[in-house]
Design a protein. Structure first.
Lengths: 184, 599, 461
């Protein structure tokens, strides 16, 4: 991995994301994305015509894509990131994250800001300045919302039902049982 | 010993800086230092090296163990942590007990672990704040105390939570085996600490629900592993929290796994529902008992007190419980302007607790003590004594309360008893107004117990109201003769008779004194006057009127009801026992709030 | 019509005015015990068709040697809705039958540790009722059940009594059943039972503590003279001692093993059928003693009873092993191959009584243990359990030696008030020497109660 920008710089940038970008319906999404790519290429006249988002991209993915575009437009990425890598990130990698994290969270919630910044860095094969590869991987794994949700689906749902049964048992144990003609 | 003395000097010196971590105005007694095992035993410090007591704002540290465990260098960390328990969480006894109520619901079948989980939870809140905002090295304390023992899953989860909170490389503190699931739970636990940092009691049930599966798997290991850390498990000793009979907002709903809390897991409420519904037929929502939406029962109340480290017997818990249930319905204290019979004499200051009436706090004295007001800690109220005044203008009428305590009534110590709440409302109101009270519980044929005459002693009144007989079928009308008959001791004030019963009272009215002890069909026979006659003459002798409240529909038994009214009784009906409380409130106002009207 | 008694709205929604009159007669009797509990059958209108269907299903004996169809039908129907079945049960009828012997068995520990795994996903938790049961671990555990599961006892009792040629008169004009106990302390209540057409049922304690006057117990029971008496052997022994003027049609002994000696004395004294009944809270009724005395019949086609060896393999007919049950009448728990801890052998062939139902011979369940207090009076282990239940314990073991000295080993689950335990037990045992030891755990299977004092009650005179 190559050393990328410091993490704090990126989370601060996310925090400063313009409100307008949180409303995809009022934004010319392809234009914004194309601008970012041209910036990264350092060539304002370069053609980046192919649409970056799949045609049926969900509103959630579009939202996260816009915030990601805002992040990638940070100067610290210039020269570090190729337009192709950025295109691939936006077109392919964001779906899973967007399924569990909203664009708004990526701006307003400290944990999600850090997660998106780390997610983007990792997808571009970068690590935050001042961290080792291992540290970066460890921290990203810790913050991984998609992985966590999978676990919630797998185990926690059954556990929550189990907890409710135990709670009912504890509560009912304090109350009267039903009369029957004998006891054990 | 000289080593310990030196240690003591260092730790003494660290006290003020530790206080400064919270607020320069924090006022606490200096810690009690234990240098020997005897010291520790005397202070009740067993198993752990530090502890707090909320009731007297005590911090107690075993320097002997501090030296032994090699954490002498962390004076400020340890002391600031203990202070945190007094200032941040739990802060005071009432919050301590309420948080236990939340936690208990998150730990069904291992409720007895609630005090430990409460301790661990508040430790997380305090340590996170000290480490991140004050720059103290709490992680260092953990590392210093690590003796390299195997860490169970719960222990690992707990330490992993600190790693997540403080951005530490995994494995720094948590050495036990980790699974993706444990990592996910640690992140959720860390989010509970951050998201509910301010309203930490609301997060308590969530934290407990998260701990539950781990605790079910290793009850004993967990109890053993954390023993040395528990510093709040006897925090309630010697005190009494107010407002605990009420189920606080969010308590019942709060015990949910944080994975399903949109505020924490980032999951949307809709997704949470969907996932839960995917599990078979979906998660049942458990409805509470309808009449008891906002109050817990006396048994649960007593359990909570004990979890908070307060030793109470079943009857003590019941007295506290019914007093608390009655207080909101009491008549206001007679205004001092009109009450010339007693003069309040300021006697001194006592702590004003959260839950005491707001107007009772003495703000001047409070601010004089400490400019930084912490309710329940620095707040004080004046306590008043009374002195016999001169020439009372009007005597409130004394009260005789007769309660049907037969087998058809619930035992107030085990189930919520509306007759007991209603009895407490009228009796405590009467006592407030300056009247004396006599209470008779009667379940006849069988037993009757009474106070043996009017008293002003609130604790005796409440102890009897929460007692239980469970015999017979009705209030023994013939008992009235013991207080109002020709052979009864003389009384110098008029008395109002209030009877709480049901339709079986009519059987008693129809029975002779001897017949009342006999089975159905034979009650009109035998010696002694009929119940009707006893009732009539008692009402006349009491001199303060009489009220009978019956648990039955108003239209049933029209004839005997009419006969009671002709005797001069005021007859009321309640359709459900819960209505008794409303009746008692209205009754207390009608009979005992008159003095206020004169103001 | 308004409910005759507000207090019973929740406990007995189907209480009729006639039932209410009976209830009052039982509650308000001049010699009534000190009631301290409200209890009803909690049945609602919607339960009645379910119970009717259950009744119809009981018309035939279960088959011997194969898994009853009713058991298989229900397993298949509920396979997707019970976590444990989802995990372990094959998804077709043929596969279930084929793989049966390899399906995992369940221990009591499994049940205690993961009770929710055996509850239907869509079970209505609002209707759950809890029975606390003290098992072989010595510490009581909570078993969820349902009002229908409780009512099933009455229906199965009818079936069992029919085997003995006895029919209990039903209806809201009389007390049909007294459940008698003999303990220092236990709850007492009066109630009516809907499935017995509103007949009366009381639970009363023969111990003098339960009454206003010691003579009340005899006067009360003699007055109602219930045709069916239920209770554990110790309570029946106490009944013999009290020599109450009763004329029951049947005595049904539950909870612990009834010795043949005591059974004969009861038969002689009361001149009626004396049945031993084998049931457990986890699955409901399992079997009842055959009138020939040659073993216990399984009467319920909804339960499958196996006898397994220590390795979990089915025992050959006549070979003793652990009784293992599947199904049963507890709607809140769906147990698969649950090992009861009791032993017996499965008999082969038709019983002398003519029944083809599966038959357990040599049943050895929980054994009766009786302690003595300083005065020589019987102390029921249930009283010890009741006291210990209030304290955080994992397990306990109480041994009384021939001289009456007691040793109590406690494995605590949390901070324990040893002084309080000592005080409460001292009261129960009238101050006999008692040594309490705190232990970190027990080795192997724990026998919670052992006593070396005296002979069996009821036989001593």
């Amino acid at each position: 991995m190559t050393e990328g920008p410091p993490l704090e710089r990126l989370t601060r940038r996310l925090q400063a994301c313009p409100d307008a970008l949180l409303h995809p319906e009022s934004v010319d999404v392809p234009a914004v994305l194309a601008d970012v790519l041209r910036d990264l290429a350092g060539d304002p006249l370069r053609r980046v015509g192919t649409p970056m988002l799949p045609a049926g991209a969900s509103p959630r993915t579009t939202g996260v894509a816009l915030v990601t575009a805002w992040l990638l437009a940070d100067e610290s990425f210039r020269g570090l990131v190729s337009p192709d890598a950025a295109r691939q990130l936006i077109a392919r990698d964001l779906d899973a994250l967007a399924a569990v994290v909203s664009a708004e969270d990526c701006v307003t919630d400290a944990g999600r800001r850090e997660e998106l910044a780390r997610f983007v860095l990792a997808a571009l094969d970068l690590r935050p300045a001042g961290e080792t590869d291992a540290q970066a991987a460890d921290r990203l794994a810790t913050l991984d919302s998609a992985a966590r949700l999978a676990i919630v689906r797998e185990t926690h749902a059954a556990e929550e039902r189990a907890r409710q049964i135990r709670e009912a048992m504890a509560r009912r144990a304090r109350e009267e049982a039903a009369a029957k003609a004998m006891r054990e | 010993m000289s080593d310990l003395d030196a240690l003591r000097a260092t730790w003494e010196a660290a006290w003020e800086p530790a206080l400064d971590c919270w607020s320069p105005f924090t006022r606490l007694r200096r810690p009690t230092w234990c240098l020997t095992e005897e010291d520790e035993q005397r202070e009740g410090l067993t198993g752990s090296f530090a502890m707090i007591r909320l009731t007297d704002k005590a911090v107690c540290i075993s320097l002997r163990q501090v030296a032994e465990k090699g954490i002498g260098a962390f004076a400020r960390e340890v002391l600031a942590h203990e202070i945190g328990h007094h200032v941040l969480a739990p802060g005071d006894l009432s919050r301590h007990a309420r948080s236990l109520a939340h936690i208990r619901l998150g730990l069904p079948s291992v409720e007895h672990l609630s005090p430990m989980v409460a301790n661990l939870y508040t430790d997380l809140l305090i340590n996170d704040r000290l480490q991140r905002q004050m720059g103290l090295d709490l992680a260092g304390v953990w590392l210093a105390l690590d003796e390299g023992e195997a860490q169970g899953a719960f222990w690992t989860l707990y330490l992993r939570t600190y790693e997540v909170l403080w951005g530490l490389q995994s494995g720094t503190l948590a050495r036990g085996p980790r699974t993706p699931r444990l990592d996910a739970d640690a992140v959720l636990a860390a989010r509970v600490i951050r998201v509910y940092g301010r309203d930490w009691i609301d997060g308590a049930g969530r934290f407990a629900a998260l701990c539950l599966p781990y605790l079910l798997d290793e009850v004993e290991e967990a109890t053993r592993a954390f023993r040395a850390w528990l510093d709040t498990t006897s925090a309630g000793q010697g005190g009494f929290p107010a407002g605990l009979s009420e189920v606080s907002a969010g308590e019942r709903e709060g015990a949910i796994h944080p994975a399903f809390d949109p505020l924490i897991s980032g999951i949307s409420a809709e997704d949470a529902r969907k996932i839960l519904a995917g599990e078979g037929g979906g998660v049942a929502t458990i409805g509470g008992q309808k009449s008891e939406k906002t109050y817990r029962g006396p048994v649960e109340y007593g359990d909570l007190l004990r979890l908070a480290g307060i030793a109470v017997t079943e009857s003590e818990a019941a007295v506290r419980y019914y007093r608390e249930r009655a207080v909101p319905h009491l008549v206001p204290f007679p205004s001092r302007v009109t009450s010339r019979s007693t003069d309040p004499l300021p006697e001194g200051l006592e702590t004003w607790e959260v839950g005491d009436p707001l107007h009772a706090a003495d703000w001047v004295e409070t601010v004089f003590r400490s400019p930084h007001v912490i309710p329940g800690m620095t707040t004080v109220q004046r306590s008043y004594g009374t002195e016999e005044g001169v020439s009372p203008e009007r005597q409130p009428v004394d009260l005789y309360v007769g309660i049907d305590c037969s087998g058809s009534m619930p035992n107030p110590r085990r189930q919520v008893s509306f007759p007991a709440i209603a009895g407490a409302v009228v009796c405590l109101s009467a006592l407030r107004a300056g009247a004396s009270v006599d209470v008779v519980l009667s379940g006849e044929p069988g037993q009757s117990v009474g106070l043996g005459g009017p008293t002003r002693d609130e604790s005796r009144v409440l102890a009897l109201l929460t007692d239980y007989l469970g015999t017979g079928y009705a209030f023994g009308v013939h008992r009235l003769a013991e207080t109002f008959g020709p052979d009864a001791p003389a009384r110098d004030r008029p008395m109002h008779i209030l009877l709480l019963s049901d339709s079986d009272l009519f059987l008693m009215l129809e029975a002779t004194e001897e017949g009342a002890q006999k089975p159905y069909g034979q009650r009109a026979s035998g010696k002694g006057p009929l119940g009707w006659d006893v009732a009539e003459s008692a009402l006349a002798a009491a001199g303060g009127g009489g009220t009978i409240v019956l648990d039955l529909p108003p239209t049933s038994h029209p004839e005997p009801v009419e006969r009671l009214r002709q005797q001069g009784w005021d007859v009321h009906f309640v359709r459900e026992q819960a209505e008794l409380v409303g009746f008692a409130r209205a009754f207390a106002r009608a009979v005992y709030a008159t003095e206020r009207a004169e103001a | 019509m308004s409910h005759p008694r507000p207090r019973y709205r929740e406990h007995a929604p189907l209480l009729t005015p006639a039932g209410d009159a009976l209830l009052r007669r039982m509650e308000q009797h001049a010699h009534a015990p000190v009631w301290d509990y409200t209890c009803g059958d909690r049945l609602v209108e919607a339960d009645l068709p379910v119970l009717d269907a259950m009744c119809a299903g009981l018309a035939h004996d279960p088959p011997a040697g194969v898994i009853p169809d009713a058991v298989l039908d229900r397993l298949l129907a509920q396979r997707e809705r019970v976590p444990h079945l989802r995990r372990h049960l094959p998804d077709t009828r043929d596969e279930i039958v084929r793989q049966w012997a390899t399906l995992p068995t369940l221990s009591r520990d499994d049940l205690v540790h993961s009770t929710p795994a055996f509850v239907l996903d869509d079970a209505d938790l609002d209707r759950m009722v809890i029975y606390a049961t003290s098992g072989t671990t010595g510490h009581p555990i909570l078993i969820p059940n349902h009002p229908i599961g409780a009512a099933a006892y009455q229906l199965l009792l009818d079936r069992a009594l029919a085997l003995w040629g006895v029919e209990i008169p039903k209806g809201p004009d009389a007390m049909a059943n007294a459940l008698v106990c003999a303990q220092a302390e236990t709850i007492q209540y009066a109630s009516t039972l809907t499935v017995w057409e509103g007949a009366g049922h009381v639970k009363v304690n023969l111990h003098p503590n339960g009454w206003r006057q010691p003579s009340d117990a005899a006067a009360y029971l003699a007055d109602f003279d219930p045709p069916l008496l239920t209770g554990d052997p110790l309570s029946f022994a106490t009944l013999l001692d009290l020599d109450i003027d009763l004329h029951p049609l049947a005595l049904v002994s539950t909870a612990v093993a009834l010795s043949e000696g005591l059974r004969q004395r009861l038969t002689e004294r009361f001149g009626c059928a004396v049945l031993e009944w084998y049931s457990m809270n986890e699955v409901g009724p399992i079997a009842v003693l055959c009138p020939t005395g040659e073993g216990h019949h399984v009467l319920d086609p909804s339960i499958y009873v196996e006898v397994l060896d220590a390795e979990g393999r089915p025992c050959a007919p006549g070979e003793r092993g652990e009784i293992t049950v599947t199904g049963g009448r507890n709607p809140m728990l769906r147990l698969l191959r649950y090992r009861t801890g009791d032993t017996a052998a499965l008999a082969s062939g038709r019983c002398a009584c003519g029944s083809t139902a599966p038959r357990l011979v040599g049943l050895e369940g929980r054994q009766l243990v009786v302690f003595r207090s300083a005065s020589g009076a019987c102390v029921n282990p249930v009283d010890v359990s009741r006291i210990l239940r209030e304290h955080p314990l994992v397990q306990h073991r109480l041994v009384q030696d021939a001289e009456g000295r007691c040793t109590l080993d406690l494995h605590a689950a949390g901070p324990l008030d040893v002084a309080a335990v000592e005080r409460q037990l001292a009261t129960l045992f009238g101050g006999l020497p008692l040594a309490i030891r705190l232990v970190e755990g027990f080795e192997g299977k724990v026998v919670p109660y052992e006593s070396a004092v005296g002979e069996e009650p009821g036989l001593g005179r």
